[in-house]
Design a protein around this ligand. Sequence first.
Ligand code: TXE
Length: 474
Amino acid sequence: MHLANFINGEFVSPRSGAYFDDINPATAEGIAAIPDSDERDVDDAVRAARAAFPSWSRTTAAERSNLLLKLADLIEQNLDDLARTESIDNGKTISLAKRLDIPRAVANFRFFATAILHQSSDAHFMDVAALNYTLRQPLGVVGLISPWNLPLYLLSWKIAPAIAAGNTCVAKPSELTPLTANRLAELSIEADIPPGVINIVHGYGNKAGRALTCHDDVAAISFTGGTVTGAAVAANAAPRFKKMSLELGGKNPNLIFADADLDDAIATSIRSSFWNQGEICLCGSRIFVERSIHDEFVSRFAAAAKSLRIGDPLDASTDVGALISEGHLQKVMGYTDLATKEGGTIVAGGHRLDRPGYFVEPTIITGLTCECRVLQEEIFGPVVTVTPFDSEDEALAFANSTRYGLSATIWTRDISRAHRVAANLDAGTIWINCWLLRDLRVPFGGMKESGVGREGGFESLNFFTEAKNVCVKI
Ligand code: TXE
């Protein structure tokens, strides 16, 4: 199947006429041909978005809301088909695609379709009898760049608020997972979203993605991806004074105190460690356990990890699917090799499956210290470390010992300690006795090298609008 770019409501071939393979990670076989787009395709898409902006930005919030709600309904009606497509494209289990990825895409469109009806802005009276009011208006054409790990979920996280706020957009999905973006384009036609409002250009990041970040008529860039790539995006967008939101990598701590509900902590840590093969930026890849329960935790956690079913992502009973690519698998296996060199002990997993596709066992490593590269660098695979701590202060020092600050999890029944520790963690999102409970109304984003800016809730609508202050003498 040859995919096409979606520009001005039509599917068009890349200007280059060139394509490259989309690979099914579970079989290592080609499943589609992806347009190898370049700056010409991006310019065509930006022109279409510019042409559509005047009329789209003049629609009422209610009109935009209705169209986004229609698109949300269409995604929901096609949930099973989209989940299967996502599983084939990404290697994730179909069960996770059905329970997380696609339902969250529906929720994203529904949330911003209704949030736009309730966006408020400020007004301030001055003593000298003047009124100031904040006027929020759409930015124009915005560039949306998304990663491969939660393809439709994170693409919808950007498209929904961008167009709800009255912008038109050019989206560049990851070249590793183009299929559900393609389906979204098809559904947007069925939802009667006007041509040029949503444009999708496929292709490599350093070509099509880069062209989007450098285009003079793109007012803002919303990027989700790796920290290194985020720096490249910023280097191109900042000198052109584009508004930017960067959601980047993580190396998230999972702190388990001796008074925790250990059954719940273990069951949830299996999910926060190995869901989506550990390819969720919010995964808790560094587990720190109070020393008195460390050995019990390791024994029970390793047993639970070994009982996970790895294999065909399309089998409803599979717990762990395939990593996204051979290159990513090699990167992940490189860290398990490094772990033993750094003095660690692999207590579960550590092997590639002897079968087609990119499968790695859920892997647990003990005996490493915070200075080790395995505890400093983002692996983004089914590999976690378990390290003991002896005090709350030491737990905090360990947790905050990386360049990242995306999310963190705390397990304790001591409510004062939970809030005290949360206040001292370098993380943009902190869960206490839970993980991945997401309220779309709250700001989302990372600290330090995990990101710049916040999206989520009205933060997203504020990001995708310009705030003017108008002062009028009364
Ligand atoms: O990122 P990449 P990936 C992080 C996750 C991991 C990474 C995995 O932690 O580090 O993302 O996703 C495009 N100019 N998060 O490997 O390579 C590229 O084509 C413009 C954090 O996909 O950074 C793709 O579409 N674009 C996040 C996108 O950038 C460029 C949640 C991301 O690619 C480009 C999910 C360039 N020079 C994953 N180079 C969070 N914090 O929420 C590449 N791209």
